[in-house]
Design a protein around this ligand. Structure first.
Ligand code: NDP
Ligand code: 8X3
Length: 256
């Protein structure tokens, strides 16, 4: 059989129960990698395993906001899933689109715990092995919201700016190793993202994508696969992508 770019590689995907994470897990498996697919919804992980029926897929229930569960994950892996080559740091969410003075503090704290603290803890758990083996790819899911503010983006955008800057600072620390780090910064992609942001309000979520050929989860996975497939001496630091039907607006000016 022809060897593919991912043959023999081991990937750990957070948030593999939906959207970008699930799509990336599927692409990685199709390319020959062994994949540890994680997320909170065990039934979704079970369904993926039942559908794909491959011993190259290992599923683990994991809430990235739990320090103890992250610490327990790596030591619990079977030997053939231990040496993680690819960390797809994707689990994350936006909650609400309210102005800062009206937003829920609980929502803010959940976004920080998931998008920032969870991603940092996952990275800290996996990185020493990558450095010791002198190989690895960390793909961090940031967002266009990292660079461009918008009303109601307050804490969500700030968490994604953190992800971007953390990724760049990791590069600074990893000089001298062959470990690569990329901050992926997508715009509008039609996943469960907006249903989560609007707390289950499907029609509010549908309105976000109405009339727009938004990116799909697999579009983003395709781009991430392209980054991973690049020759080992190339590091994509940041990569921003949008649907053609999305761009920027003018500055808001209060003339009142
Ligand atoms: P989805 O809502 O479809 O997927 C989010 C995933 O994150 C789910 O698998 C969910 O799994 C997981 N997740 C959420 N909270 C936790 C947690 N505490 N512990 C573990 N897993 C968790 O959204 P997307 O696929 O669109 O989003 C993926 C990432 O991409 C996010 O970081 C998001 O901010 C970012 N992004 C999304 C964009 C978009 O327009 N869709 C654009 C730019 C960036 P479960 O609930 O089972 O735990
Ligand atoms: C998700 C994209 O524009 O809704 O990160 O913030 S956006």
């Amino acid at each position: 059989m022809t060897k593919t770019w991912a043959d023999g590689r081991i990937a750990l995907v957070t948030g593999a129960t939906s959207g970008f994470g699930e799509a990336m897990a599927r692409r990685l498996l199709a390319a020959g990698a062994r994949v540890i697919a994680t997320g909170r919804r065990a039934a979704r992980l079970d369904a993926l395993a039942a559908e794909l029926e491959t011993d190259r897929l290992l599923t683990r229930e994991l809430d990235v906001t739990g320090a103890a569960s992250i610490a327990a994950l790596l030591p619990s892996l079977p030997a053939d899933f231990e040496a993680i080559d690819i960390l797809y740091n994707n689990a994350g969410l936006a909650l609400g689109l309210n102005k800062a003075h009206e937003a829920s503090l609980d929502d803010w704290e959940t976004m920080i715990a998931t998008n920032v603290t969870g991603l940092v803890r996952m990275t800290r758990a996996v990185l020493p092995g990558m450095v010791a083996r002198n190989r690895g790819d960390v793909i961090n899911l940031s967002s266009v919201a990292a660079s461009y503010p918008y009303p109601g983006g307050n804490v969500y955008g700030a968490t994604k700016s953190f992800v971007r800057q953390f990724s760049l600072n990791l590069r600074a620390d990893l000089i001298g190793t062959r470990v690569r780090v990329t901050s992926i910064e997508p715009g509008m992609a039609d996943t469960e993202f907006s249903v989560v942001r609007f707390k289950g309000d499907q029609s509010a979520a549908d309105n976000v994508y109405k009339g727009v050929h938004a990116m799909s989860a697999d579009d983003v996975a395709l781009v991430c696969e392209g980054v991973l497939k690049l020759p080992a001496h190339i590091n994509v630091n940041t990569l921003e992508l949008m649907p053609v039907q999305q761009a920027w607006g003018p500055f808001a000016v209060d003339r009142g």
